[in-house]
Design a protein around this ligand. Structure first.
Ligand SMILES: [Cu+2]
Length: 170
């Protein structure tokens, strides 16, 4: 009776390993600060547009905070491409207005102008990052990407890590 029991335990163990390999690509949960929201229905315009983009798992745009909480697969849709999709959403008020998106990052060490500048310098080297906004009171950064490209939120976080700056998605 002992041998079959051991064999069963081994089989269950192998099953667990292969399952975790298959499901290792966890979706990214991130917050984007959305610009150009003119009125509450604009949140629906952006939400509906993004829900049709391949790689987006869920999206919720909040009118009060102007934040979009987005769950997405960066192997299909990197953060830079997601920002471009928001940017490319036709504005409900017509072509005279535009939506835009900044990736929000939690950066605990950012607390004043000097620490903010250090983070800005670290990201100035990253191709695809256009502008970095510093929010010392919120210990956070806003990252504006340049046009189309494939920079992921993880690549931005890693660029900060290389300069000893800890960061994470909101
Ligand atoms: Cu509107």
């Amino acid at each position: 009776m002992r041998m079959p029991m051991i064999a069963l335990v081994a089989a269950v163990g192998l099953g667990t390993i292969s399952a975790s390999t298959i499901y290792s690509a966890e979706p990214t949960k991130a917050t984007f600060l959305v610009t150009g929201l003119h009125c509450p229905p604009c949140t629906n315009t952006v939400q509906t547009s993004l829900s049709r983009v391949k790689g987006v798992k869920s999206v919720a745009v909040n009118w009060n905070t102007k934040n979009a909480k987005i769950e997405f697969d960066e192997s299909v849709l990197p953060a830079q491409a997601l920002a471009a999709a928001i940017d490319g959403t036709p504005h409900m008020m017509g072509s005279g207005m535009r939506y835009g998106a900044w990736l929000a990052l939690k950066v605990p060490s950012v607390s004043d102008e000097a620490s903010g500048q250090k983070a800005k310098d670290a990201l100035a080297k990253v191709e695809g990052v256009k502008t970095v906004a510093v929010y010392p009171a919120q210990h956070s950064l806003g990252v504006l990407f340049a046009g189309k490209g494939t920079i992921s939120s993880q690549q931005v976080i890693e660029a900060l890590a290389r300069e000893g700056i800890e960061a994470s998605n909101y």
